[in-house]
Design a protein around this ligand. Structure first.
Ligand code: AGP
Length: 590
């Protein structure tokens, strides 16, 4: 949700900012903007829409010792040039970029308007620019002005502030939104996330909540909310710059789908030693695709370990009375480790004494820092907004956790052995992707889609629908196959494709019967199945045959198929696969 970049140093500031923003486009792409602090005044460039629009307006090569940039995911005020960051005070000598939401912005705006501040945008961010500028007028020190101003802010923010009277310096601050400071030699960097700076430096300081940083070319000083100087810890950044290349694939999503066999190998090789405290039940909280991995986790852990597991969307969990205590193990699952809803939920359960295990792809994230136990899923950086390889890694993490907690060592050993066979089976599906692409082409013009499954693949139906919706904008819904007859069946006719995950196991016959019911209503039927049964031929319009796995592991192979189908349908429709409209990869607002 919004990306921030800052640079102080002797290189081409504009180039570094534009390059950094291009690596953060997954965080939002409603508008982009840059401010350069020149002795002659602030130079601000903004453009609505994607980053290339900003590049088109930045034709001059302007030398500047410092600059800040922003890529926006709109919250307050629509996507427009006037709402694009950086925002400035009345006279334009102070500029800032912001990620987060200021909850008391209206109250502040009313007060500032009364004092003569003129608002140009509909954003919540602009109040911070006026607020800091007013403080600066009083105290004539940018750091103190920021410290005083953030005391008035309610909500979440990561901020970069520049003032024209203070050359070659950026003041930063954060609360409940990520910000990392890249440490260079005679230059320093600021970013919402590592991809923006990894090609320049591998050392960084992570700012904690309510800390303020003063960044110049030669030093970074960190202060607490009272202005006391703190000792900062410089850490090594975990990623390699080449992880951010498409490696010849047309889209990051396709590359990331193809990386999944290696992702499984990596997580199996790394499987962490977890020292979990005693607990009698598990609560898993997550959002979106991570929530679907959590639902698979419920089936796996309850089956292998016999421990009750509840799963809930973080955004629902945080606004009700939940029964959590020191005997509950809370598992937060998140690719990014920065999802605001999940972070809030984790903070709440920690207050109630629960121990928290975080399953994440980002061991450097806010969630990882809140964890009592950490399970890194080793998927490597995921760029495409649609989660694919991280989902696979989360599924494997659920199996490994189930094995760790298992009551029946023999049963656990069977699953463990089967896991080691998975990468080869994933590769078999990937090698058959042309056949899946053909089926995708056939169905790409349908306006609606239903995914059905039962048991441990019910989450596969939900994930199939989510993936299709988010990148192709086709109206897709995932149902438990048994629920179809309780209402949704009314929608079935020849214009409604129904895709069934039909895996060998306890619910196979039941799902097959549900498919018969759909066929009787003339629905177009597609099977994704690991069962060879001659009745399939007459029943289904199309069959995607996949390698055999046990019922428990079947969500993994079904995931590869649903991802490829969604990818090829979106690709045939000419959609922006890696950056679907209205979405952002890291959802840092509640
Ligand atoms: C997945 O394709 C989505 N883009 C989205 O649902 C995502 O899974 C969700 O926002 C949760 O993100 P997280 O895993 O980073 O917490």
């Amino acid at each position: 949700m919004c990306g921030i970049v800052g640079y102080v140093g002797k290189k081409s500031t504009a180039e570094i900012l534009l390059n950094g923003l291009s690596k953060l486009e997954y965080r939002g792409y409603d508008s982009a903007g840059i401010a350069l602090n020149l002795p002659s005044g602030m130079k601000v460039f903004k453009a609505n829409g994607k980053l290339h629009n900003l590049k088109n307006v930045m034709t001059e090569n302007i030398a500047a010792g410092s600059g800040i940039g922003h890529i926006r995911w709109a919250t307050h005020g629509g996507a427009s040039e006037v709402n694009a960051h950086p925002h400035s005070c009345n006279c334009g000598s102070l500029v800032l970029v912001h990620n987060g939401i200021i909850e008391n912005f209206q109250e502040l705006k009313d007060e500032l308007t009364g004092c003569g501040c003129v608002f140009k945008s509909q954003t919540d961010t602009e109040v911070i620019a006026h607020l800091v500028a007013r403080e600066f007028e009083k105290v004539k020190d940018l750091k103190t002005a920021v410290i005083n101003s953030i005391k008035c802010l309610k909500g979440a923010f990561a901020l970069c502030v520049m003032h024209n009277d203070v050359q070659d310096t950026i003041v930063v601050a954060k609360r409940n939104a990520p910000l990392v400071l890249g440490v260079g030699n005679g230059e320093n960097y600021i970013a919402s996330d590592i991809p923006a700076i990894i090609e320049y430096t591998k050392s960084a300081i992570y700012l904690d909540d309510n800390q303020i940083g003063v960044v110049s070319a030669d030093e970074i000083k960190i202060y607490d909310a009272s202005g006391n100087l703190l000792t900062s810890k410089v850490e090594n950044l975990p990623f390699e710059p080449q992880a951010l290349s498409k490696m010849g694939y047309k889209h990051y999503m396709l590359k990331e789908i193809h990386e999944q066999s290696d992702v499984i190998r990596n997580i199996l090789a790394a499987s962490p030693e977890l020292q979990l405290k005693k607990f009698d039940r598990i609560q898993i909280i997550a959002c979106g695709t991570s929530l679907h991995a959590a639902l698979v986790g419920k089936y796996v852990i309850e089956d292998l370990a016999g421990i009750p597991v509840d799963v809930e969307a973080s955004s629902e969990f945080i606004y009700r009375s939940t029964i959590i205590n020191e005997n509950t193990l809370v598992i937060g699952i998140s690719q990014s480790g920065e999802t605001a809803d999940t972070i809030t939920a984790i903070k709440q359960v920690k207050e109630k004494g629960a121990k928290v295990l975080i399953v994440t792809n980002r061991p450097d994230s806010t969630m990882a820092r809140l964890a009592d136990n950490l399970f890194p899923i080793e998927a490597g950086i995921e760029v495409s907004v649609a989660a694919t390889k991280s989902y696979m890694a989360q599924l494997i993490a659920m199996y490994l956790l189930g094995i760790l907690l298992a009551k029946d060592a023999e049963k656990a050993a069977v699953i463990k052995a089967e896991l080691s066979q998975l990468p080869a089976k994933v590769e078999m599906i990937l090698n058959n992707s042309t056949a899946i692409a053909e089926i995708a082409r056939k169905y790409s013009n349908f306006k609606n889609f239903i995914f059905i499954a039962r048991g441990i693949n019910y989450p596969s139906a939900l994930e199939g629908a989510l993936k299709l919706k988010e990148i192709s904008y086709i109206n897709a819904t995932g149902y438990s196959a048994g629920e179809l007859k309780h209402g949704p069946i009314a929608m079935l006719d020849e214009s409604m494709p129904v895709l069934a995950f039909l895996s060998e196991g306890i619910v196979y016959d039941k799902v097959l019967s549900n498919c018969q019911e759909a066929k009787a209503r003339q629905a177009k039927l597609i099977a994704v199945t690991n069962v060879e049964n001659s009745t399939h031929q007459g029943l289904f319009d199309d069959i995607i045959q996949i390698p055999h796995v046990s019922d428990m592991l079947s969500p993994t192979l079904n995931a590869v198929v649903l991802q490829l189908l969604a990818y090829y349908i979106a690709e045939f429709l000419g959609k922006d696969v890696d950056q679907p409209r209205n979405l952002a990869k890291s959802v840092t607002v509640e």
